[in-house]
Design a protein around this ligand. Sequence first.
Ligand SMILES: [Fe+2]
Length: 342
Amino acid sequence: MLFRQLFDRETATFTYVLADEQTREAVIIDPVSHQLERDLKYLKELDLDLRYCLETHVHADHVTSSGPLSLWTGALIGVSKAAEVACADLALVEGDRLAFGRYPLRVLATPGHTHTCLSYVLDDRMVFTGDALLIRGTGRTDFQSGDAALLYRNITEKLFSLGDDVLVYPGHDYRGFSCSTIGEEKRNNPRVSGKSEGAFVAIMDRLALPAPNHIDEALSGNMACGLNAGVAVPDPNALEVDGAWLRAHQSKVRIIDVRNAEEFWGELGHIPGAELLPAEGLQQASGAMPKHRAMVMVCRSGRRGLAATKAMRAQGFSRVWSLRGGMTAWRDVANQTKPVMS
Ligand SMILES: [Fe+2]
């Protein structure tokens, strides 16, 4: 299995990418809105077919990118049923099972930090605990219908009943940790190890933490799946995108060049990262391509690309567009755009 732990420094949030290396089907857990570019580029680089964007809860400290990710990739958005998020595709409850390729994820309801908290258990090997159980800590319980006694019971009765060797991957870290185990937290978590429910509640009552910055914006953004800030994905009814758009988003979309090899390597060149797949072979190759990933078809003048786009749409590819004006227009845009120094 492919497993990656990504980190957002600004909000100390972990985002996880899990994938079946054979089928390329992938899941992302707790994606962060201002890391959308990073994550889309990363998914493209790893050639992953994102099937699910899962939330461990409705976050108060950052906005999710599940909505935009879903528009780019066709992934389904999964959030706790208790959250009543209208833009979610899946209203998840305990016992639900999701699969990516050969790997199953089991949903465990672990409310207490918020009433919407879920944990995701992978194969009894790993658990993604969100803010219910942090490494040597727990999420706070003083807003979003938090309930310290309920959190204590969910940690000690549900999460701690997973095997001691199960790896714990939390939603945040503020102290430099990245991973723990259930056994390690049972023994060393200062809030719960050797503590009664009453003692835990007393600790949580005494925390007196300041409210997170921008909590109202975060909550309203998350209830809209991060879609209220506007999205750069083209209109699904349009058949074409222009060169400026493609230039701005080329790291995120799959670019298929439908010309022949001679043209691809010829005078007009090709777009960096474009895959050469001449129009004649496209029909056959498309059988093995994920149906929902954003793709742009490129040819010399835009005609073959448009024909390929229409053919792909007819086969059920919902996020495919043609580069208007083809490589000729691309060259003009490239000439107008000054190179970005990095
Ligand atoms: Fe949280």
